[in-house]
Write a new protein. Sequence first.
Length: 214
Amino acid sequence: MSDTRTTVYLAEDHPLYLESLLRILGSREEVELVGWTSDGIRAWQQIQELRPQLVVLDIQLPRMTGLEILKAIRHDGLDCKVMILSGDAAGDQVFDAVRLGVNGYLSKDATRDEIADAVSEIARGGTVLASLVQQVLANEVRDRVAVEARPSLSPREHQILRLIADGKSGPAIARELQIGAATVKTHTQNVYAKLGVPERAAAVAEAMRRGLLD
């Protein structure tokens, strides 16, 4: 085997798609296919045995998903690059794959040549994320940051915050919730502290900015 060739293992559960990928990857001089399967557990077993330099994984493999195999590869410290193929670029899947150090993530809408080119790019040390995947990842990161930015209000604190936003006074809130005025004051002060504001109007404005009153 030439030193310039990259050993590749392929796992894809759709027979026609697998056949097409085998044909296009097998035609690339820089690629040496060392194995393939349509089953997730068999893929993981053979990856451990064959130690390919690059693994191409369908994300929805039966018995063991592509993400589970990627996680196992990283957990066991196997020295191989991983490219994920997915028919549905869900935000949480993309985020988890990137977090686990995936080297490439392509939609199955990509042409076979685009996939083969991505394999070659990853083999050279590059990272390939389809434009749709990049957009999905950006949206997922933005959503997660927004959630993390939200303070952890208790159900009662959230309830009182809504009543404050409705313009209700402390005594009115106490009567509506049938709790003591001192208890309302304590919860209100906790809300202010968690939002980092000094008073009612600022609390409402900050809560709206953070999406707590949606």
